[in-house]
Write a protein that binds this ligand. Structure first.
Ligand code: 5GP
Ligand code: MG
Length: 176
């Protein structure tokens, strides 16, 4: 199996820094009604590396919640989103929530988690992913912050895996 580089470590970090600045600016208005900081819902494992880099570039305090999600078997989406563990319903009620995923593909995962956060009473929800594959979308939802739009290829690295492998590559590449 060969991996063809798509995004270098430097390209990723440059873009992640820009996204951090953009989110910092958008969230700059004061959190009037309550003093509690926003909650970042990190969709693990895929978004762990991205979230760690992004959140360190945001200039306000954020509380973290990690959700373990899976919808892929090999390189195919099963279309069914599996959440293991408990959704932090109590914590997000009345708070601003930033949902962070690695890639916005069919869109099912982020739209499902967004709907769940809204139903559970989050005050405001925004979604964020490092990558997006616009050609694959099956839901009408859009996403608030995207790092890079990429063509429809299966990618690995910087948190993204193939059956658990390649996740710790520092760059992103296409599996050939
Ligand atoms: P969606 O629900 O938007 O179809 O899928 C999102 C999830 O599918 C991502 O969180 C990611 O886990 C997985 N996924 C989609 N495309 C890729 C890809 O090219 N590579 C890897 N490793 N995972 C992908
Ligand atoms: Mg994922």
């Amino acid at each position: 199996m060969n991996i063809r580089p798509l995004l270098t470590e430097e390209q990723i970090l440059t873009r992640v820094r820009e996204m951090g600045r953009e989110i910092s600016k958008d969230f700059a208005r004061p959190n009037e009604e309550n003093a509690l900081p926003p909650v970042a819902l990190i969709l693990a494992n895929g978004a762990l590396f991205f979230a760690a880099d992004l959140l360190r570039r945001i200039d306000f305090d954020v509380e973290l919640e990690v959700l373990r999600i899976s919808s892929y078997a090999g390189t195919q989406s099963t279309g069914e989103i599996k959440l293991s563990g408990v959704f932090p319903t109590e914590k997000i009620r009345g708070r601003r929530v930033i949902i962070i995923d690695d890639i916005f593909d069919t869109g099912l995962t982020l739209s499902h988690i967004r709907a769940k956060a809204i139903a559970d009473g989050a005050a405001e929800v925004c979604t964020c992913a490092l990558l997006s594959k616009p050609d694959r979308r099956v839901v009408p939802d859009s996403i608030d912050y995207v790092g890079f739009s990429i063509p429809d290829h299966f990618v690995v690295g910087y948190g993204l895996d193939l059956n658990g492998a390649w996740r710790t590559l520092p760059y992103i590449g296409i599996i050939e």
